[in-house]
Design a protein around this ligand. Sequence first.
Ligand SMILES: NC(=O)c1ccc[n+]([C@@H]2O[C@H](COP(=O)([O-])OP(=O)(O)OC[C@H]3O[C@@H](n4cnc5c(N)ncnc54)[C@H](OP(=O)(O)O)[C@@H]3O)[C@@H](O)[C@H]2O)c1
Length: 322
Amino acid sequence: MHSGAALKGSRVAVLGYGNQGRAQALNLRDSGVEVMVGHRVGSCTAELARADGFTPCLLADAVPTADLVVITAPDEAHPQVWEAIARSVTPETVIGFCHGLSVHFALVKIPTSHGVVLVAPKGPGASLRQQFVQDLGIPALVATHQPGTQPARTLELRNGWAAAIGCTRAGIIETSFAAECITDLFGEQAVLCGGISELIRAAFETLVEAGYPADLAYNECCQEVALIGDLILKRGLAGMQSAISTTAAFGIVDAGPRLIDPGVRQRLREVLRRVESGEFVTDLMTDAADGMKRLHQSRAAAAEHPIERAAEKWRAESGKSR
Ligand SMILES: NC(=O)c1ccc[n+]([C@@H]2O[C@H](COP(=O)([O-])OP(=O)(O)OC[C@H]3O[C@@H](n4cnc5c(N)ncnc54)[C@H](OP(=O)(O)O)[C@@H]3O)[C@@H](O)[C@H]2O)c1
């Protein structure tokens, strides 16, 4: 199925108008779906939704006539979102998530009359929208946590949703909430966000501490990551090696196993254990209750790191030459 036709004539409430919410609401509307955008009291993003041509309303007002409610607020806010809508959704409304965390770790408990489904796009909201307007899409993982009282309709709405936001154009993989949740959290912590950020900063610091210029250190340890990432995506890890020099390829042999040694592999297993056991989610919810203090401190420190000045300089200079 390559269009959102299955959802035509259905009503979808999108709750939260951030990274995923905005992209999904726009894609759904462009696929001919009637979209209600719901927000909390005092929302900062309601004006953006209005500027995009929606008529945003409060969370509870967006859901009573919806066939499908898509929760696109941050994971740690899902308990509040569910609390705000629980008395306003009809028992047969299907509830959709874009990541399995809040359901898998039982932060929200949804009565069994509701179908509960997952469409987790494997990329940021901006890419979901960008690809969609070019008649492309990004892949998604899909799952059903509970079928509700109307299993066939639940499945139809889930698959129609994946199609209407463009994901079936790129491919959908059927999985479970648990597998999506654990692999997604582990992947972003070990590689995509946690691992790569620390590796880039540590390598940058190593060169700068040794007296090498910060702009060269930035270029080598950060700027070129995107280019190698593209090669890996197109050719695979092994295929990437045929597009780099013999010298660079020998560096993989020589330095790779020294860096990713048994100690790192043990710590990767420990990261996975913390994710699986729910310790990570407990820490997330503790920080959320504290106004995300740890997260804000870490973001402020990241913004102050010298690699950001080197990046700004690089962008300004490469912009000049374009
Ligand atoms: N980031 C991605 O591209 C991405 C990719 C795949 C899956 N996901 C999943 O998609 C979901 C949304 O993530 P996101 O990154 O798109 O979130 P986000 O951008 O941080 O969401 C912000 C939106 O959520 C609203 N919001 C925040 N707290 C709320 C609350 N307590 N009640 C109601 N609305 C609230 C905000 O409203 P205000 O204007 O009121 O602040 C804003 O409209 C998550 O489950 C995430 O795991 C995200």
